[in-house]
Ligand binder design. Sequence first.
Ligand code: NAD
Length: 456
Amino acid sequence: MKIAVVGTGYVGLVTGTCFAETGNTVTCVDVDKVKVDKLSAGEITIYEPGLEKLFLRNQKEGRLKFTQSLSDAIKDSEIIFLALPTPPGEDGAADLKYILGVAHELGKLIKPTDYKVIIDKSTVPVGTAERVRLAILKSGLEVIPSNGGEDLAGAFDVVSNPEFLREGVAVDDFMKPDRVVIGTTSERAIKIMNDLYAPFVRQGNPVIFMDENSAELTKYAANAFLAVKISFMNEIAQMCERLGADVDMVRKGIGSDERIGKRFLFPGIGYGGSCFPKDVQALAKSADDVNYDFKILDAVMEVNDKQKTHLIPKIKKYFDGNLKGKHFALWGLAFKPNTDDVREAPAFYIIDALLAEAATVTVFDPEAMANTKNIFGDKIVYATNQYEALKNADALIIATEWNEFRTPNFEKIISELHNKAIFDGRNLFDPAQMEKSGFHYESVGRKTITQHKNQS
Ligand code: NAD
């Protein structure tokens, strides 16, 4: 099949590459010239485990191409994916300007004799498929004389196909999805979507067909539910700290109940990334728009906002309420491990809070240094490895649970840090072990190991 993917970011590049991997011919379009030039030259633009190998192979075999021209990309493609940004607008609702802008362009390019399936992969509010359909029809009318007097009704279908991939394991998630959700009632589109996804669901995972509105809401419901789990566990962690319980034990105790499940029960310094914060906010705004008071979502957002700086009062207390002139090493910048994505990264809230207290910070992340430099510039210092970041630091802060931080060389940490103090936002280490090693160690929802700091 011939496929166009409009928008070549995290979702678009993974989508395009994985469809090429199953034998389709894919053209990815992006307005970002630098991105298109790099990708065309064989240079991958995001860090995503396993993606580069597939990207290079499919590009070499001529099944994966990149262009800035929407018209070239869709000319021969029956299938057009929209993987465009849907950032929050000022009121918190998903801003549809990218999606509707491309829909408008498509209306001018599609011919009445075509049949194209336009598939929305972006996360969009209920009603967007219909808005895209109307936008295409409307701009189609603007070119009706050159279309032989015909409108575009019948020349396309709009399908909602929300994406559930997780950054860090995106290739696996795309190649072997738990489920594929497809919102359309068009028989013609159903057949095409079934054929397209058949190679990905050979193990029997379901392709669930439904109407467009339900598919659009399914994506928000999924992300909001996961955010609820995270904020709930963060509140349980707060209770543990106050009541002298251990959140790790509570997590294991409840996670073994099949109705609850083991995943997404780890407390920490809040959820971040390009999806959960904006999607929870957008669902809350959708609720508002239909006069529904979605109480749980408001609480989830409030808990998460507080959790992002959960470590700051602990750090301040350790330093007798004054961080001025203190220097911190910070490990982990990406919003989660195995990605270079720093959008809404909790680490950034910690850095902002430390800078606001007139402290200084040296950071290290295995993949997210370049993206961080684009945001903080020379306000912070960038180390070339995790141990270099420790030099002259008064304490270590951990903000992302990269595997390479899990069993560090503690001797080296001790020799570099001014105080043997670690503030761990991801619960990487065993408090008992930290006590034995003489660290002051504070994590989330677990016992604080108290050691005196050096006088300075
Ligand atoms: P992204 O910002 O990484 O990529 C979007 C791309 O679209 C950018 O490269 C941008 O240059 C391009 N673009 C903007 N306007 C364009 C236009 N007119 N024509 C062509 N290209 C254009 O975004 P993303 O993370 O890939 O997310 C895309 C959508 O998928 C969002 O709605 C997001 O919520 C959703 N989603 C994201 C993830 C994720 O993990 N990142 C997972 C599931 C769903």
